[in-house]
Design a binder for this molecule. Structure first.
Ligand SMILES: [Zn+2]
Length: 305
């Protein structure tokens, strides 16, 4: 059986099928609240059944959209994407975006998009608590204040993320901002060296504890408490390492280079790592009109580092 979008030779493109794959990928990435099941149904209705004559299922669609051959690529033994024999059906960027999209979902994270301002960047202007990212049962994504006694903020995430990102990129035209950015990046990258050392020490300490427990010189309860504390330190060290990895992947620090990278290369986590180096926080005020869904630039204030 041939694969959808390619002829029996697995190489030659079937143009009208390629167009449907592009459309399906875009729907999944760009339409608010789109689900794999919904897009599979849309495929069956508009493109017709699969090559085996059955309706599209989420699994069939995912398998096809994740196959590098649709972008004219293949994976080498290292798992890297390299040029393959097949004619591309969709642009490489789109394939990589959809691949990232599926990977994020697999990691069991609920959000299908990364919230750019989560992790403490967005802040409640009333009580100064960090806003948390939440999605409603209808699939709207937003930031909200969940602090006890406050809880007065809800703001839609996608337009705010986009607006703050634009302002941040515009800010990079200042040499002063770029200098600060370079210094912050270097600081974090060198902190990661310390984190690697610390991870080694933590592993060692854990082995010692296990031996003490085995030799009955440590009570189970004390052992568990000690291990829990080690785990917390381990997580923090891993977070430093991860952040440094993203920042180590930054291109040359110029406004042009970073803007191009932001739009075409960076993954969501990398974008967030860059944004956090430039933006200290975004303070969000309550909506002036109740239930107003209009995006209101007066409602927030970006504080740069
Ligand atoms: Zn609050």
């Amino acid at each position: 059986m041939r694969a959808y979008g390619h002829e029996n030779d697995g190489v030659t493109k079937v143009p009208h099928e390629a167009e449907y794959l592009v459309a399906a990928a875009r729907k999944l990435l760009e339409e608010e609240g789109a689900t794999l099941g919904g897009v599979a149904e849309w495929m069956t209705e508009s493109a017709g059944p699969t090559v085996s004559g059955r309706p599209w299922s989420p699994t069939t669609l995912r398998r096809r959209l994740r196959n590098p051959a649709i972008a004219g690529l293949r994976r080498n033994t290292e798992g890297e994407l390299v040029e393959g024999p097949a004619e591309p059906l969709i642009p490489r960027e789109l394939f990589e975006a959809i691949d990232r999209h599926f990977r994020q979902n697999e990691r069991g994270q609920v959000p299908q998009h990364v919230y750019l301002l989560s992790g403490g960047t967005a802040q409640c202007d009333l009580c100064e608590s960090p806003l948390v990212s939440r999605s409603t049962s209808k699939g709207a994504r937003g930031y909200m204040c969940e602090a006890e006694g406050c809880g007065k903020i809800w703001i839609s995430a996608p337009p705010l993320d986009e607006y703050v990102a634009e302002r941040m990129l515009a800010k990079l035209s200042r040499p002063n901002t770029l200098q600060k950015l370079a210094a912050a990046r270097d600081r974090i990258v060198s902190a990661a060296e310390g984190a690697s050392r610390q991870l080694g020490e933590l592993d060692l300490r854990r082995k010692e504890l296990a031996e003490q427990l085995g030799a009955a010189s440590l009570r189970m309860l004390d052992y568990q408490t000690a291990v829990k504390s080690l785990e917390g330190k381990r997580k923090a060290a891993l977070a430093v390492q991860r952040r440094s990895k993203y920042l180590g992947e930054l291109p040359e620090l110029t406004q042009e280079g970073l803007t191009e990278w932001w739009h075409h290369t960076a993954g969501d986590e990398q974008r967030r790592a860059l944004l956090q180096l430039v933006v200290e926080r975004v303070r969000v005020e309550p909506a002036t009109k109740r239930g107003s869904n209009k995006f209101d630039e007066q409602r927030f204030n970006i504080v740069y580092r």
